[in-house]
Design a protein around this ligand. Structure first.
Ligand code: SF4
Length: 273
């Protein structure tokens, strides 16, 4: 024991040896003076412990972030693959009538997926969903919800335009629906907004009218084994344009408020009017 330590410790001191590298350090405890050293060491150990813990956590965080990025990249490439298949598809006669197939667009990991029935003339011309007058109204609805178009997914039941915007035929839906089903499987949205009767009836497998279906949440089953996804049915923006009234506008906004509440998102003040 060094003279200095021995002097402080006196006879009551108890000697400990501690190896640091190849050097034996003398440590003394049991006296008040050396309790201070003990406390200091405990602090140091606590610091190291927590520093180590934080290091582990940040490493975990880094790995999680890498995994999330890899998942996002995988989702984007899967969606691109489907878009490629759709653009070459001739499963039904609409494939020979289109200018462009409209696979859908938006966030490949969106929390909300908006699904309409089929592309119209503007969409067929541009190869993008909801870009005509109805699309502009949908953009306004999305903005009123406090969201951006690129944050959500927008698609249709049919990927090619039916001539003269006629209703989709059952045999066309049967051929085309697997594309949307696969897209929804990749995106895994927390909620689907079915725009109009055709989308709502197809996804919910029902013949009820949109008036009966809208206003409450339903369950969409991707398949018999999968967990259901919440689905809100509401009026198609094209219907709103044809029947623009306070009542129809309010009905859609009430539906969207339910969607926001279901997602735990705030309801923007400007959309309340
Ligand atoms: S509507 Fe669907 S199934 Fe028919 S050709 Fe287009 S992508 Fe294929």
């Amino acid at each position: 024991m060094s003279e200095e330590i021995r002097g402080v410790c006196g006879d009551a001191g108890v000697l400990f040896y501690c190896l640091v590298g190849n050097v034996a350090l003398e440590l003394v405890a049991m006296t008040e003076e050396f309790d201070i050293k003990k406390v200091a060491r405990q602090h140091l150990e606590m610091d190291r412990f927590f520093a180590g813990d934080f290091t582990i956590k940040s490493e975990k965080g880094r790995i999680e972030e890498q995994n999330l990025r890899a998942e996002a990249g995988e989702a984007v490439s899967q969606m691109e693959r489907i878009a490629g298949e759709v653009s070459a598809c001739r499963r039904c006669p609409l494939g020979n009538l289109r200018t462009n197939a409209v696979s859908g667009e938006g966030n490949a990991q969106a929390r909300i997926a908006f699904v309409g029935e089929a592309p119209g003339a503007d969409e067929d011309a541009q190869g993008r969903p909801f870009v005509g007058r109805a699309g502009k109204l949908l953009d306004k609805i999305i903005a009123a919800m406090g969201l951006k178009r690129e944050e959500v997914f927008i698609g249709n039941i049919l990927k090619c335009r039916p001539p003269d915007n006629r209703d989709p035929r059952p045999e066309e839906i049967v051929k085309c629906l697997p594309y949307l089903q696969e897209q929804l499987e990749i995106i895994k949205p927390e909620i689907i907004v079915a725009l109009g009767a055709h989308a709502a009836r197809t996804l919910l497998d029902t013949n009820k009218s949109i008036g009966q279906l809208r206003g409450r949440l339903h369950d969409y089953y991707p398949d018999a084994m999968a967990k259901p996804i919440k689905l809100m049915a509401t009026y198609h923006p094209a219907y709103l344009l044809r029947n623009y009234s306070d009542a129809s506008r309010r009905a859609v906004w009430e539906d969207m408020q339910q969607v926001l509440t279901e997602l735990g998102l705030p309801i923007p003040e400007h959309g309340r009017k």
